[in-house]
Write a protein that binds this ligand. Structure first.
Ligand code: SF4
Length: 272
């Protein structure tokens, strides 16, 4: 169970600069999306985001891995004092006068200290590739947590799982790996995953799932995070023009391809 509470009880500060589209803040996941294509971010704000079947399946997997129970602030503080727990709450910071917000999937606290920032990613095929969008989103959570006083020694954990891998099948595999007796029930997947990490058996997990689940790790670095986020925020303060997708394939699968004047497919078509 992931316990959801809140530390931010007051409204976010007003932005000190005007933000594109009159936004009041920028979300960590939006910063991540910018790494895919900033023109697409523009289209999503103007025309709305379309929900795909993959997104729906991803939401179900998130709910299965990280079922949430709402708790109040006092309960959250008590939860953090436990030997080990997974919680989630809204994180925020202000960078160059712009409020940044986000909600990580899971924060693993061990003896009151933030140990892992977990961000689950569900994919159709390649679990091995970690994208810049995923890295900067996680770094943004860490920078917010750092600014909120949770330290800077956390490790980022990104489990990438194929959507075809069943939750119960995965639970059985993990319980076998860590010798967990399921007779009296089984903890949630995120907690089991944490146990696999602690047991240093993530390679075995990759092998036992036939390559369907790979766990990526990297450490938070304040300077990398700040420099990257400042660059991405330049889009919101209109210091620079939007960056478009890098590869034609991104445009081929983009739902805005037909209406997008910057699509790499159209650009090439005109050249032919
Ligand atoms: S078609 Fe290409 S350039 Fe246009 S929004 Fe989509 S990914 Fe970006």
């Amino acid at each position: 169970m992931t316990y959801i509470g809140g530390f931010i009880n007051k409204p976010l500060p007003k932005p000190e600069k005007s933000i594109r589209y009159d936004q009041q803040y920028v979300g960590a996941s939006t910063l991540g999306k910018q790494e895919y294509c900033e023109i697409k971010v523009h289209h999503e704000i103007i025309h709305g985001q379309k929900t795909t079947e993959e997104m729906r399946r991803g939401t179900i997997i998130h709910e299965e891995w990280l079922p949430e129970e709402k708790i109040d602030q006092a309960q959250l503080i008590a939860e953090l004092e436990k030997e080990e727990t997974i919680v989630s709450f809204q994180v925020a910071a202000e960078i160059q006068g712009i409020p940044i917000v986000g909600k990580p999937d899971g924060l693993v606290f061990k003896k009151g200290k933030l140990k892992y920032v977990m961000e689950l990613k569900t994919v159709e095929s390649n679990v091995e590739r970690l994208w810049d969008s995923e890295v900067v989103q996680s770094l943004t959570y860490c920078l917010c947590l750092d600014e909120m006083g949770f330290g800077n020694e956390m490790e980022i954990v990104i489990p990438k799982v194929r959507r075809s891998l069943g939750t119960n099948e995965l639970k059985d595999i993990i319980c076998e790996i860590i010798n967990f007796d399921q007779t009296n029930g089984c903890p949630e997947l995120a907690f089991l995953l944490y146990k696999v990490i602690e047991a240093n058996k993530t390679d075995l997990l990759l092998e036992k799932t036939n390559g369907d689940l790979m766990i990526h790790f990297f450490y938070y670095d304040y300077y990398l995070a700040e420099e990257w986020i400042v660059y991405l925020l330049d889009f919101w303060t209109e210091k620079r023009k939007p960056k478009r997708a890098r590869y034609k394939n991104q445009c081929v699968v983009c739902e805005f391809n037909k209406q997008c004047n910057h699509s790499l497919t159209k650009y090439e078509d005109q050249e032919n």
